[in-house]
Design a protein around this ligand. Structure first.
Ligand SMILES: [Zn+2]
Ligand SMILES: [Zn+2]
Length: 293
């Protein structure tokens, strides 16, 4: 692990020249301006104040994510073509494939659930894997399309719910075991591998590196002091591509994401949502979650 603390001491009183701006980064957690040291393969830079990982330099930054993403896609295909679970209840045997789940849900009048399943468990994860492959392999694509893909990739990251679906399946397993024979099909293991591989593929893509690879960060025509927060210097970090932008610039010129130094009423919103969730947590635990007949 490389800590950027030494560099921060070196630069802390001199305004870095334009050439140095490439190494600067605002900590996404605590807003401290940090000068990143040159990273060796396999090491990462952490914020000297809050220890958040700022950037990581992977061995084989292209081959590694491409390999994981390709394997994940292959596992997803396998998971869709073979039976996922089979059950024998009251003498009746039945098996279901992953691809049939939406069909069954629509037939049972759960069209909204079927849509959620298709979008969050199949389409978004598959899109993210394809995006990782295309971006890391440096496939010749229009710059606008690459920017869009990278932006959507990082926005979709939180919406990949493959492991949440797996957790749901396991809970239902336990519940249904009381009623009959439930067995895993031959696509269950590929699905579990898909969950692991897609997480790993995301892990191997460093946000800062990927954006730097697509397009250099926009230049900032003002001196910055390392070791002070961005807010005190009138700059902010782009939440999507980590570029340092003037505080009053709403849209990032590199990734076109909108952002603000401070979200309006963020403390009030956080508190309101937190209190509501705590209130809902009580009935969620006291009332039945599933009724089986
Ligand atoms: Zn920090
Ligand atoms: Zn940006």
């Amino acid at each position: 692990m490389v800590c950027s603390h030494n560099n921060h001491q070196q630069h802390s009183h001199s305004a870095p020249s334009a050439a140095h701006q490439d190494n600067l980064m605002l900590c996404p957690q605590c807003d401290m301006l940090v000068a990143l040291p040159p990273l060796a393969y396999g090491s990462k830079a952490v914020c000297p104040r809050c220890k958040t990982t700022l950037s990581a330099r992977w061995d084989e930054p292209r081959k590694r994510p491409i390999g994981y993403a390709l394997s994940a896609l292959f596992m997803l295909v396998l998971a869709n073509i073979f039976p996922f679970i089979n059950m024998r209840v009251a003498g009746l045997g039945n098996e279901i494939r992953l691809i049939q789940i939406p069909e069954v849900m629509v037939a049972e009048d759960y069209a909204s659930m079927a849509t959620l399943f298709m979008v969050f468990v199949q389409l978004i994860p598959a899109f993210c894997m394809v995006a990782i492959i295309l971006l890391c392999a440096r496939v010749r694509l229009p710059l606008g399309l690459k920017e869009w893909m990278a932006r959507v990739l990082f926005q979709f990251k939180t919406w990949c719910m493959v492991e949440i679906f797996l957790a749901g399946v396991l809970v239902s397993f336990v519940k249904l075991m009381a009623y009959g024979d439930i067995g895993i099909g031959s696509s269950f293991v590929p699905y579990c591998l898909f969950c692991l591989l897609q997480v790993r593929a995301f892990q191997c893509v460093d946000r800062r590196w990927l954006w730097q690879d697509i397009e250099p960060a926009p230049r900032l025509n003002r001196p910055l002091t390392v070791g002070r927060t961005g807010m005190r210097q009138g700059v902010r970090s782009c939440a999507c591509c980590t570029a340092i932008l003037p505080a009053d610039q709403v849209r990032c010129p590199r990734c076109h994401t909108k952002g603000y130094v401070r979200r309006r009423h963020s403390l009030q919103w956080t508190l309101a949502l937190l209190v509501t969730s705590v209130m809902l947590y009580i009935p969620a635990n006291l009332m039945p979650i599933m009724v089986t007949e």
